[in-house]
Design a protein around this ligand. Sequence first.
Ligand code: AQP
Length: 348
Amino acid sequence: MSFKELVFSGVQPTGNLHLGNYLGAIKRFVELQNNHDCIYCVVDMHAITVPIAVWGGPEGLTRATREVTAAFIASGIDPKKHIVFNQSQVHEHAELAWVFNCVARIGWLNRMTQFKEKAGKDRENASVGLYAYPNLMAADILVYRATHVPVGEDQKQHLELARDIAQKFNNDFSESIAARGFGDMFFPLPEPIIQGPATRIMSLRDGSKKMSKSEPSDYSRINLTDDADAIAQKIRKAKTDPEPLPSEEKGLEPRPEADNLVGIYAALSDTTKADVLREFGGAQFSNFKSALVDLAVAALGPIGGEMKRLVQDHAYIDAVLADGSQRASAIAGKTMKAVKEIVGFVGR
Ligand code: AQP
């Protein structure tokens, strides 16, 4: 069976949206909307899988949900042409996730590195939701029978799991799927889109750690709402080494901080690391950082400004989410009705 191309991706409303989220995900969302149908989701049910102090409680969640929505729109996503909504408003995500809890194997989830990192040493005290997170993520994608998923490198393993779940569902219920006229596959095997020079942006303080919302030091990341002064200060203070920039990409291999800044420059200017090194090879970091500050301020300044304006307009943002949720429900409802029939749940 061939599936219509459909893009789905999500961002968690957990505060501090940063340059990694933008370059690894949101900027790609914007590019894809020109030649695909896209569904972009604020995954608020994923946000509550970590301790309440981390996700910020009810007020923090509401604020962050509006902020991610504002970031989508300020970055250029068109919520009229595509679908922008928040996960909790389309109950089929949770329903399909339950079915997937019964399809996925514990051994599969035990291999998920994100759970190990987020649960840390206190694994016994992690929420069940954090453990089952990848099953819900598979449901987010497959409830729309989406075929393509733009994500950062850190989500690759979860995408592989989503493919395994889709495949196992298709196998386990193959007769029932065929009997209902869906051919040999009910779910597509969704493909990750992980491309370009910015699939894994690293912390500005430590080139071995991913830039992350939850890192305590604000100097480790550039937030989308940072003003020009903050962006400049963070880039100037970013950790580097004493050598000038190399002229070829292989010269970046043993230099994670230099590699990271060159990757950021390449992604912001829509070029490659090789192009950046052709221009800046042999330059001192002070010169390169000045150019990077100008570029980052020019690219992020307007987005941050528009985000701050939009986020104040609760009526507009909430209307975008309500409209998107309604349109998403129409698709998800059909999938879930078919899934219930395939599994054998009796109903109308
Ligand atoms: N550093 C990064 N580089 C490139 N892409 C990144 N993404 C996240 N960090 C980077 C991508 O952004 C999208 C949304 O991420 P998320 O909100 O679902 O959660 P996350 O991956 O857990 O993001 P954080 O910032 O790292 O949050 P915490 O600190 O809570 O773990 C995804 O496509 C992700 O790949």
